[in-house]
Each structure stands twice: as C-alpha cells, then as structure tokens.
Write a protein that binds this ligand. Sequence first.
Ligand code: PEP
Ligand code: MG
Length: 591
Amino acid sequence: MPEPPNKGERIFRGIPVSAGVCRGKILVFGRTRPSIIKREMSDGDLSEEINRLEKALVQTRHQILGVQRKVSQGMGAAEGSIFDAHLLVLEDRTLLDEVVRVIQQEKANAEYAFHTVAERYAATLAAIEDDYLRERATDMRDVTSRVLNNLLGVEAEIDLRHLKEPCIIVTHDLTPSNTAQLDKRNVLGFVTDVGSKTSHTAIMARHMRIPAIVGLKTVSEELETGEYVLLDGFTGMLVVNPTDQTLFQYGQIMRKKVSLEEKLRDILLKPAVTLDGQRVLLSANIEQAADAEAVKNSGAEGVGLFRTEYLFINRQHAPSEEQQYESYREVASALKPMAVVIRTLDLGGDKFLSHLPMPTEVNPFLGWRAIRFCLQEREIFREQLRAILRASAEGNIKMMYPMISGLDELRQANGLVEEYKLELRQQNIAFDETLPIGAMIETPSAVIVADSLAKHLKFFSIGTNDLIQYSLAVDRMNEKIAHLYEPTHPAIVRLIKSTVDSAHRRNISVSVCGEMASDPVLSPLLLGLGVDELSAAPPLVPPVKFLIRRLKMTEAKDLAEFALNCESASEILVRCQELAHQIAPALFEEK
Ligand code: PEP
Ligand code: MG
C-alpha cells in the first residue's frame, strides 16, 4: 500500500488479528437505538400502556423463539441455546414489575418505562469489570431493542446471526460468544475498537478464516453503515473509500495469494519435515467436534489442543457427561489413529458460562479459572473427566490440564482421575488405561517447577498466550499495552528453553499450542529451542508446514542460540523475520 493514502481515502490502522483481505459495505453494529420520548399519560390510559407492554413482550418472545429455531436447525443446538439467555430477560419479574411501577407512578408511556428500567440494569452490568456480566448487559440490550421496536412498530435492528447481504462488521467490541454467533456466510470480515491478538475473539476469527482487525480505537464511532471499505487483515489497515488505484494494488496482492494457496495445496498431504530430515509433529487447535473436518483439510497430524470450554459457553445448561462423551468420541474416531489432545475445562479469564454465574473478580485472569475452578467445582470436573476417559476407548486421546501453577494442583487432578478410573472399572465401562496425561505450561511458576511436574506427566504443552501475559505482566486483552506483549522477549525465549530442558531430562515431549506456534515467522525459533510439536489454528497449519519444509534444523538451532544470547526482543524478532523471509519468501510476498 502506498503512503500517504490515495486521494479521497481515509485510513485506520489497528492490530491485524486474522489474515486475509476483503472489501465491501460496512455495517456498524450496536450503535443505533430508536429515540424514546417520554409521554405523559392520563390515568385512564395507563392500563392500555401495560397491555401494550405485555403484547410487545409476547411478540418478542415469539420472534426470539423463531430465530432460535432457525439457528438451531441451521447451525446446531449449541448455537440455538444462546437465545435462552434472551428469553430469560423477558421472564425477569423484578425487571418487569419495575417497568409497570414506572408506568403507573410516573404516568409514563410503555416504551419510555421499559427503556429507562432496562437501560439502568444494562448500564450497571456493563460498568462492572467482568466479561460475563458485560455479556449479560449485551443480552439485555439486544432484547430491549427488540421490545422497543415492537412497541414502536419499527423493523428490528440488525441481527448478527441473520444478515441480508455480505458485509463487514464494525463495532466497539465482540465477545467470544458474539463471534461464535456471526452469520459466517455473510460476514466478510470484522473490525473492532478494542481487543488484542490473543484475545479469544481474535483466535476465533482466525479459526473461522474471517479477516479481522482489532484495536482501531474509535472506528465504530467514526464510520457509518453503508460506507465502502477495504479491510487488510495482514497489515491491520482499514481503507475507507478505496480508490481504483488501491483496489488494483490489492487485486495484485490477491493474485499472489491465489498462487501461494496453490503451493500450499501441493504440500497438504506431505509431512512436516525439515530439509535436513527432522520430522516435526504439526497438529491443529480446535474448539468443537465439527472442527475435525477442518483438521483433516489442513493437513495437520491430529489435534494438539481441543479447547473444550466452547462446549460449555453460550448455552443454558452445562453439557452432560453423555453429550461431552459424544463430542470427544466424534473427534477421536474421525481422526483415528492421529492423536487428539483434549484440554480440560479452561473457564474464567475471558470465557464464562451463561448458565453458571461466576463471581465478579478484579483480576479474572489471575482468579478463579481453569484447573482452579475445576478442582472446586468437582461435579463439573468429574463429568468431564469421565467423558474424556470413556472416549479414550474409541481413539487416540490424550488429556491435559490448563494453567497448572504447581505440583499440588497436579497431584489433586491426577488423584481425581485415578478415582474416576476406579469408578469406571467398577461399572465395567471401557477406557484407555494408559491415557497419556500432560499439563499446559502457561505460568512462570510451572516453568520453574517443570522438573517436578515432569515426573508426573507424559508431556508438556506450552500455552504461550498465557505464559507471555503472566511472565511479562501484560494483559493479553488490552490493546493499550499490546506493544509490550512480545513473544520474542528474551525472558520468553529462556522460559521456553528451560521448559524444554526440564521435559527432555525426563524424556517427555513438549509442544507449543499458543499462538506463537501458528506464526511461521516464529516456528523456526521454537524448533531451534527444542520444541517437539507445534499446534496451530487449522488455517495456519499449511503456511507453518510450508516453512518447516524449507528450513534446516542447523538454521533453527543457530537462531535459537542467537536468541538465547540476545538482550533485545526486537533484535530477536528481526532475526526470526530475516530467516523466515529468506527461506520462504512466497509466504510474505502478499503483505
Ligand atoms: C495459551 O494460553 O497459549 C493457550 C493455548 O490457551 P488459551 O489461549 O485457550 O488460554
Ligand atoms: Mg491459556
């Protein structure tokens, strides 16, 4: 792209989080609200206002049930159950009683009363530093605008699950559950004011292959629905009103991309092996059973991380042991004999259950999350462990715990696994007696005591997304400090090396399943540091494999040696880029 912008264009720059280029009309989401005016009603009109309110509530309920039915049929029951939370708002007696009180006491019209009360609830929830409660505020606002539209007799506002035509979504923020609901056929891309590369929303955009940019600050306030933009998910540039010249330049980029895609297709079924013969296990990260297909199409050799929490969020009830068993079994048998590493529930941080209110925490990423949650919520953990164990009879399953921070947690979790194995034996239910158990290494304390952990485990999987945030004290969700979130920080390089050394001393393997493994620029560094396996988002498996097949292990080891002796994150990054660009220029030409 030329600098400065071509005449008539406006350019916004943000953080590119999901590769790809798209262009089209934008749809600004979450800003328009019907204007609500207070009208003074006479005493005689008040019961009519209450009637209107009740009718609008019934009408809204029908609409939501209709949408829910369509979504369940088209996308699956889990997606459909998202609307249960919306239906609950309509049944909230405290809220509705208060609306009726405002109608009666202030002699107000129904839309004013409903809007005032519901907005007060939503604003209170939205102001709390807690993603779960903020999501409830979003649910409440969704439902409120439906009720108001029905009271005012106006057409419903945009529904992200059913878009009439292809568009690029522009919004302040999208939660992981919003992202899961996007109408994939009609969302060309999305951009948000806030967010960062390793937020779960960004991770999901990559999985869904939707080009996306986050951290564009005020874009959702500055743009209007209907404006035409070009979104470059490679560089993080959003061009409003692109000129013919810009579109032509991007046309050329897209042609190069097509030729790269052909090259990537050629190696789909070939192994990830370096030029000097080192075989690398390259697997994929998934979030639901249906992703098994994407794993096969990506040329990955199994699943290195199954983020099971997505089976739990966006639904009214926790999935039963049976439902979980079905999902795990489905993936394991679809990919047999390839391995599937199932991670036990990693809730908390930015992922919450809609059916289980979790306490508001000042620091949710340092709070009641992952293994800490599971060790206390024993019944939820028991059902999941039994489901995983049972599914292990049907394929090549491995299991790992998230966010282990010390030996005690590991002992407790392993103790529970033994207890549930005993239960299953007594019930004559089959499972793999030798199910390999590993742990994610994503806290500095786990790295430091890795030699102790290794005695009780069959493998480590380094979760660099969290390891970076905890080691560098940089919130992975905060765009203001995104520049400090540096995967090539010397501390991170040394932590990875130390983890590898502890694992190899005990003859156990180490993989990396954080986003570092999905970046072809960084994979030589990881391999040079001795990492045995990389697990990437399915769309990024082919470029990582492409690069591995052009790499010599001697180059990777030299790079790691340099990084271990270097004191600057940016110098390490530049070296990584130089090597990757030199050995696989085709991967970078389009950017
Ligand atoms: C990680 O922390 O690197 C990881 C893979 O786990 P998640 O991104 O789900 O926290
Ligand atoms: Mg993690």
